[in-house]
Design a protein around this ligand. Structure first.
Ligand code: SF4
Length: 340
């Protein structure tokens, strides 16, 4: 059965025309779905009963059901959701004084199989639908009982390996009739999947959202050890696309750098990262590695993180050490998986 959250305002208007309903009904449905986080047809209060019956027989409203809700000491929440076909995915809500950030998964599993990441350890099952992308946001907002101010596509999966659904979800998240979030508050994080990155850079119908590349090593050989699928997607192809996105007047690029003790945190690594960041006019987010089952790597100490950060800053690169939210509930970067 189709899910209503797969529809944008144009699709909803077309549906209303087909059912001989006035077009303002489309805005009413969008309001219930995207602003009021409706879970069921009984939540759609101001629609005529006959129209509701037709919708009920052709569509569903929810594509995910809450299965588990874990709370971290730092206030982060990790939600395990069950899809209508019986799979599980994870979504993280990270509150701070001025923000509520939701980290969305884009696929069930991930084909990229990065060695430090729990998401890549299981099988790849399928892409998430637009409804499943948006339902994570609605359910996280309802469950957390707090506004969502920022959305990052940084959970399980490679977002640019699911571009069709990603683009539509971004449009709905940004639209005034949708979740109404500014483009600066939406971030897509890619492993460097060049086929999807090419489409992303040339796509005219999405707002200029933030883009970040998971770099993790400036050295292609070392990077391929950490991210085996990277051997198919050369940094020499990725960098011009990132430059182009930046130059098209879109947004500053961010380089995400998972810092692993003794693996990618030497001074020569800092030199390599700084060279790339200057070329891309990018800033760098350093993320301490989080322990993952059956993974031989270790997190750096606070001193090691700071030393690496100084190594970048003295080379003229704007650098932030990101606090790793939710590591005690396995909700931090690289810790999301198909089961709770
Ligand atoms: S780090 Fe990202 S791209 Fe790599 S396996 Fe995990 S989810 Fe996939």
């Amino acid at each position: 059965m189709h899910n209503l959250r797969n529809l944008d305002i144009e699709d909803l208007r077309a549906l209303c025309r087909k059912e001989k309903e006035p077009s303002y009904r489309a805005a009413q449905i969008a309001d219930w779905l995207y602003r009021k986080d409706a879970r069921d047809f009984s939540d759609l209060k101001n629609l005529p009963a006959g129209f509701l019956d037709k919708l009920r027989s052709n569509f569903s409203v929810s594509s995910l059901a809450p299965a588990k809700d874990l709370r971290s000491k730092d206030g982060s929440r990790k939600f395990l959701f069950k899809t209508n076909d019986g799979h599980f995915l994870e979504t993280v809500f990270i509150p701070s004084r001025s923000r509520g950030t939701v980290c969305l998964s884009t696929q069930l599993g991930c084909k990229m199989k990065c060695v430090f990441c729990a998401s890549g350890k299981g099988p790849f099952i399928r892409n998430l639908s637009v409804a499943e992308l948006l339902d994570q946001l609605s359910l996280a907002r309802r469950s957390a009982g707090k506004p969502v101010t920022n959305v990052v596509f940084m959970g399980m999966g490679e977002p640019l390996d699911n571009v069709h659904n990603l683009f539509k979800a971004i449009r709905i998240i940004h639209a005034p009739w949708g979740y109404n979030l500014g483009s600066r508050r939406i971030t897509v994080s890619t492993f460097g999947f060049t086929p999807g990155l090419r489409q992303f850079v040339k796509e005219k119908n999405i707002p200029p959202v933030r883009l970040s590349l998971s770099l993790h090593s400036p050295d292609p050989v070392k990077r391929e050890k950490l991210m085996p699928a990277a051997r198919h997607f050369s940094l020499d192809d990725i960098f011009p696309l990132l430059r182009k996105y930046h130059e098209l007047g879109k947004r500053e690029i961010t380089l995400e750098y998972l810092t692993i003790a003794g693996v990618n945190d030497s001074d020569s690594d800092a030199e390599g990262v700084a060279r790339i960041a200057r070329f891309l006019k990018a800033k760098v987010n350093l993320i301490p590695f989080n322990a993952v089952e059956k993974c031989k790597y270790h997190p750096p100490s606070v001193d090691e993180m700071e030393k690496f950060s100084r190594g970048l800053e003295t080379r003229g690169v704007r650098t932030t050490i990101r606090r790793s939210a939710g590591s005690d509930i396995h909700a931090a970067c690289g810790q999301l998986r198909l089961k709770g």
